[in-house]
Write a protein that binds this ligand. Structure first.
Ligand code: PMP
Length: 420
């Protein structure tokens, strides 16, 4: 119960500098949307492991399945061998998630993290089409390894690679110029113009809501136009649902509302149910082209992930979960709109949708100040956006309504404190 000689919180003396989070606490225990530090101080978690904890910390039903599995000597690591846990997950995911939505995908385990899923998606798209370029968007975030970083629209992060990263072309995301500029029409025109420098791409990769990029929400209309452009030109559509999937925007897949049928879908973060590292890449069956051994990896068989992931699907089988999410989303929306409207002098705007909403400030430093003020009052929240101008609320989807309201009340007090 002692922080010892920890001088920099969240950065143990021996840890590298590249991590960016430094909340002044050493965390110890957690349950659903609450987390406690070693001093016993309680925080409401509006961060949820950057979206890896949609079902909360230590979800009791998932934990009990995991504990049983361990006590029954269930296989934990198995590479890509067949296991009962894997088979159970595959069957349940297909029956509960894919089939009811009329989706037909083969399921790949590309490695433990989101970036592994994105890498595999980019590789498949290139292999299928024989083309090199991936079109991606301003302020996109797809990961930190070389391929996914090449698709990430953030110059600071790309500089981490030391050299220019090849084979991606950036387009403005929906709404980038404000209203009235259709960036799909723009891309369409570029693709027809040999002078534009745009090759016919292998794929377009997008997030339906840019999580790290500032909670920018693409319109349904824009998403539909992208899908149509992809179909018309034989370009693969990759939806990166690593952060927005598993219910974050209110439906299991974030593209359901727009009725998209992507060629490839990337999932990670909350798919592992319990914060366990796990990723999926969903591919249209006809793209199952890799020969055995052409794309493999040691940690593609995390059976604890399969067990937790299968149990988490119970939420989607319940038939009531989406309604609960809509109710919570509305509470967040009303709270944020109320605050913003009551304080026009703060020059703040609501961003995001579902259970990933936030407040964007014309004066970017206010977002960091809000996060710091909220932390002092016991709420953990992050910032996002190119200037860190958005204070981002991302609670577990399973947060109790009373805890959500408590957190929103703390947010209100913190907001009023910083705009004084
Ligand atoms: N894609 C998106 C949309 C993400 O938000 C993230 C992580 N923030 C990633 C990919 C990369 O996932 P990971 O950090 O697990 O590699």
């Amino acid at each position: 119960k002692d922080a010892g000689d920890l001088k920099v919180f969240n950065k143990m003396e021996s840890e590298v500098r590249s991590y960016c989070r430094s909340f002044e606490a050493v965390f110890d225990k957690a349950r659903n949307a609450k987390i406690w530090d070693i001093e016993g101080r309680e925080y409401i978690d509006f961060f949820a492991g950057a979206g890896a904890l949609n079902y909360g910390h230590n979800n009791p039903a998932i934990r009990s399945r995991l504990v049983d599995y361990l006590l029954e000597d269930g296989v934990t690591h198995s590479l890509d061998m067949a296991t009962k846990a894997k088979e159970t997950f595959l069957k349940r995911f297909t029956a509960s998630i894919l089939q009811p939505r009329g989706l037909d995908y083969k399921i790949m385990f590309p490695g433990p993290t989101g970036t592994n899923s994105v890498e595999s998606a980019m590789k498949i798209a290139r292999k299928v089409t024989g083309r090199r370029t991936i079109v991606c968007f301003t302020n996109a975030f797809h990961g930190m390894s070389l391929g996914s970083l090449a698709a990430t629209g953030n110059a600071f992060k790309r500089k981490g690679a030391g050299v220019d990263l090849p084979n991606t072309s950036f387009m403005p995301y929906d709404g980038y110029f404000g209203d009235g500029v259709n960036t799909v029409e723009m891309l369409d025109k570029y693709l027809d113009d040999p002078g534009s420098g745009f090759d016919l791409p292998a794929a377009i990769i997008l997030e339906t809501v840019q999580g790290e990029g500032g909670l920018n929400v693409a319109s349904t209309e824009w998403l539909k136009q992208i899908q149509a452009l992809c179909l018309a030109r034989d370009i693969l559509l990759i939806v990166d649902d690593v952060q927005m999937g598993c219910g974050r925007t209110g439906t299991f897949f974030s593209f359901e509302e727009a009725g998209l049928n992507p060629d490839i879908v990337c999932l990670s973060k909350s798919i592992g149910g319990y914060g366990l590292p796990m990723a999926l890449t969903l591919i249209k069956p006809e793209y199952d082209l890799w020969h055995p051994g052409e794309h493999n990896g040691t940690f593609r068989g995390n059976n604890l992930g399969f067990v937790a992931a299968a149990e988490a699907l119970a939420y989607w089988e319940s038939g009531t979960f989406e309604k609960e999410l809509a109710d919570k989303a509305k509470r967040i929306e009303d709270a944020l709109n109320g605050l913003i409207m009551a304080h026009p002098e703060a020059k703040a705007h609501k961003k995001g949708k579902g259970l990933i909403q936030g407040i964007s400030f014309d004066e970017p430093k206010l977002a960091g100040q809000l996060s710091a003020a909220a932390f002092k009052r016991g709420v953990i929240m992050e910032t996002s956006g190119p200037h860190d101008e958005v204070a981002k609320l991302m609670p577990p989807l399973t947060i109790e309504t009373s805890v959500l309201e408590q957190g929103l009340a703390i947010l209100k007090d913190s907001f009023e404190e910083i705009i004084q």
